[in-house]
Design a protein around this ligand. Sequence first.
Ligand code: TMP
Length: 308
Amino acid sequence: GVVRSLHRTLCLCSKLAMSQVVVRDPDVLERKKASIRDAGPGKLQVIADFDGTLTKYWCNGVRGQTSHSLLQQGNAEYDAKRQALYEYYHPLEISPTIPIEEKTKLMEEWWEKTHGLLIEGGLTYDAIKKSVADASITFRDGVVQLFEFLKEKDIPVVIFSAGLADIIEEVFRQKLHRSFKNIKVVSNRMQFDESGRLVAFKGKTIHVFNKNEHAIDMAAPIHDKFGSSDSSDVNGTFVKDRTNIVLLGDGLGDLGMSDGVSFEHRIAVGFLNSNIEKSLKDYSEAFDIVFLNDAPMWGVVDLVSELC
Ligand code: TMP
């Protein structure tokens, strides 16, 4: 019995390691693809999470950093205080037993404290630039090609993150050396004074469990460049009128990113980065397609090219 169950476990593990993608219901997926294709690219938008979705979970053998974790304030005491908060709150964030309402309160506390420490510790824009230059953060292979394809087709991309917008945009500048006019970053945005010191955060805090409340922000027209607001998106269409969605996320909370759009068809793509055995069932029920093993973005490039 023990040998057989061990054999079964080993088979399952090797199957998991080999198969990079899980599609719960191929017929449903094909129907969604056909409907989205029939409606045309003018009806389509992509909504993507940033950390662990557009970026790799593993980067050169170490855990890839997030927009929060890469930040070095240039003030060791405050870096240590934020790290202590991470060690306390992150296990609560991923705990499978704490109810979501309780987690939401805990996450509010965490984000408020962290943002407070960034202000109090005197974060500067120069420290952000240096942190990004020193960071272990890489986009998944195929992300640039995905963005280029979507730009050619005039399809907007909303990057929706509970991280830090200013850092995400600096990662684009330093790692891709370019910006995309069809991409809008909806995330926590900093306000600096004339000397380049952080003085406040703009708007309501976005944390991992309230992305759905902020989804309404996407109803605003897309920005034409990073940081600047323009009154129309790439071809004058409001993002909320694009009722077909490809959603990319790495957490179940990411599914709420499309709550601001009353969508007709949504293909949800999940990257399952950790706790694979425990979470695969939940992920394959929630997402139409689940990528395992820190997969590249090529599967999504293929998907969108089938859609338009
Ligand atoms: P997201 O980019 O996937 O939306 O989530 C942001 C992640 O940032 C989340 O998993 C928790 C993490 N985080 C830190 O690493 N340090 C922090 O100080 C805070 C507030 C969050």
